[in-house]
Design a protein around this ligand. Structure first.
Ligand code: GLU
Length: 376
């Protein structure tokens, strides 16, 4: 398939590179050769004028080895404690590796809660922008020691996708220990074939990815595909490639066809809209009819009360919600009315709102500026 990668790559000014535990660790702990190689390549790219943010795994895996545990513990507190041990060593080795090129690094630990809160989201962004302006390399990881199920990013592939959106980066590169997405698990099937480009993430792609688990980290191929979906909907390209291949970042950025390239949709979401689409946790669901679905998805209109047929959940004015038709999620938005009021005005024309509520602060339930379509 002709991907025309170079068309995307040559416009790239800022990238997020995510490196998985399988690249960064080996039997005895951190794989220092790979840590140095990644650092060296990033410094070369910075010299070429590209801004780079690094999302690095490897804390848990290297911590486990440093403590001398035989295998990854099942208990969460033990994994969290292992990550605390591993993270210190990880940053130390990055610091040493980058200092060979006179580059400074900064450690950023985040939870998904940090990015779903608008104020903390903006704070994180300002900090990262400041580091980039100082030419310091931000090294980001999930704050594993305090992340529990509800506040976990799930995995660093997802975290890297959210950072790409947060920072308006032009490309996400995910480095793993295999060459990209294969049509079957290459660790088991020697005849597995690499898929060089993906134009659309279909059910088939998802099911292929679901059969290729990660060797060490928590993500595997499926979480990379989840990240690719976010990138594609925001109009940002993504590559999965082998972080153990020497000069892989340099090659990719010179347009070489390595790994699997995910061609994005032909749109560009601004960072506020991608925050609405991907960072906020929805507080409810608004069910809409055919007419409203066409108006918002095809004609770029706001969502009016007349097209609403049901509301699930209790939420306040300003809350993030999902809207769907016949059970299919169409998009997300911020509501102008609380759930209680939407139930009262659904099905009505906007000029009947005042009569029903005693006031009419807005015509729309979700204004189009606060609405993002996430379906095809
Ligand atoms: N945050 C974890 C670590 O540093 C890795 C999570 C992942 O591999 O996705 O070990």
């Amino acid at each position: 398939m002709e991907t025309d990668r170079s068309r995307y790559i040559k416009c790239v000014k800022r990238i997020v590179v995510k490196v998985g535990s399988g690249v960064l660790t080996e039997d005895n702990g951190l794989n220092l050769r790979n840590v140095r190689s990644i650092a060296g390549q990033i410094c070369k790219l910075i010299q070429q004028g590209i801004e780079v943010l690094l999302v690095s795994s490897g804390a848990v895996a290297s911590g486990v080895k440093k403590i001398g545990l035989q295998r990854l513990p099942d208990e969460r507190p033990k994994r969290q404690a292992a990550s605390a041990v591993g993270q210190a060593g990880l940053i130390l080795e990055y610091e040493k590796a980058f200092s060979r090129y006179q580059k400074k690094v900064a450690q950023i630990l985040l939870t998904s809660d940090d990015l779903s809160n608008r104020k903390r989201y903006l704070n994180a962004r300002n900090t990262l922008y400041t580091l980039l302006s100082w030419k310091i390399v931000p090294i980001i990881n999930e704050n594993d020691t305090i992340s529990v199920e509800e506040i976990k990013f799930g995995d660093n592939d997802n975290l890297a996708a959210l950072i790409t959106l947060l920072m308006d980066a032009d490309l996400l590169i995910i480095l793993t220990d295999i060459d990209g997405l294969y049509d079957q698990n290459p660790r088991i099937h020697s005849e597995a074939r690499l898929i060089p480009a993906v134009a659309k993430i279909t059910k088939e792609i998802e099911s292929i990815a679901g059969r290729i688990p990660g060797a060490l980290g928590t993500g595997g191929m499926l979480s990379k595909i989840e990240a690719a979906k976010k990138m594609s909907s925001a109009g940002i390209p993504m590559v999965i490639a082998n972080g153990k291949t020497s000069d892989i970042l340099i090659d990719l950025m010179s347009g070489k066809e390595s790994g699997t390239f995910f061609i994005p949709k032909d749109i560009k979401l601004n960072s506020r809209k991608s925050w609405i689409a991907f960072q906020m946790k929805p507080k409810g669901i608004i069910h809409i009819d055919d007419g409203a679905a066409t108006a918002v998805t095809k004609r770029g209109k706001s969502l009016l009360p007349s097209g609403i047929v049901g509301v699930d959940g209790e939420f306040q004015e300003g809350a993030p919600v999902i809207f769907s038709k016949d059970g299919k999620i169409l998009g997300r938005g911020l509501v102008n009315y609380c759930a209680f009021d939407i139930r009262k005005i659904m099905g009505l024309n906007s000029n009947q709102i005042r009569e029903r509520l005693g006031q009419k602060p807005y015509d729309e339930v979700i204004h189009r500026d606060n609405l993002v379509i996430t379906t095809d």
